[in-house]
Design a protein. Sequence first.
Length: 261
Amino acid sequence: ASWRRGAMWRGAAAGLLCLAAACLVRRGFEPRARLLSAAELSRYRGAPGEPGLYLALLGRVFDVERGRKHYGPGGAYSGLAGRDATRAFASGDFTPAGLVDDVSGLSAPELLSIHSWLSFYGDNYDPVGKLVGRFYDENGAPTEALREVEAAIEEALKFQAESEQRKQQFPPCNSEWSSAKGTRFWCSRQSGGVHRDWAGVPRKLYRPGSQGSRCVCVRSTGPPWGQPDSSQHSDRGDLDNPHLEQFKGCHPLAEQCVLTS
């Protein structure tokens, strides 16, 4: 019985340790993470006599020694070394005005670029610690500025996922224009770069709150998007979606449409 109790205790203890570790990870805990000042980080540009080669992104410091040919002196991205130049990762501006950590006013695609670079460095380089300044305070805790940009990135990721879902539902049409024949729209099983088992028919898609329309391919059979296949639907696919409009002068179920004006 004692060995069974011991095994149970060890199992419970291991479970508690795992739970504690998970909580620490969620809180951004990093064992042995250093806190660096901007002055200290500036000494890590990889020049002879300097202690190493670091860069920071959103206040997170990475050792990029293994990428010395890119980040070291004379490298194409040497301007990123020894500082937090988060804005340059989004804007591509490697002038002194662009090599800064101010990310205010960046667009959603630019924020997604920063997120992508952060994933890249996390996957390919060793984290060193945190830079005390705009994104982390003197105790290594996230600042309001960091929380704001992380919330903006999360919103951009959500919008990206929704856009991708809309693209799967309404893939873009193929199109071509000529002065003699006008504009031709047509659908195929690969149009818009979305590979699928249906071609669809061209329709104008209007989005709430946006001006104009774009041509998309609409599934014309089966249940509407996101609804189970049952006898309750009208077997018209997404043709009855209220944001769609038929092209004038084109057959309702034609896979291509030519507009001469």
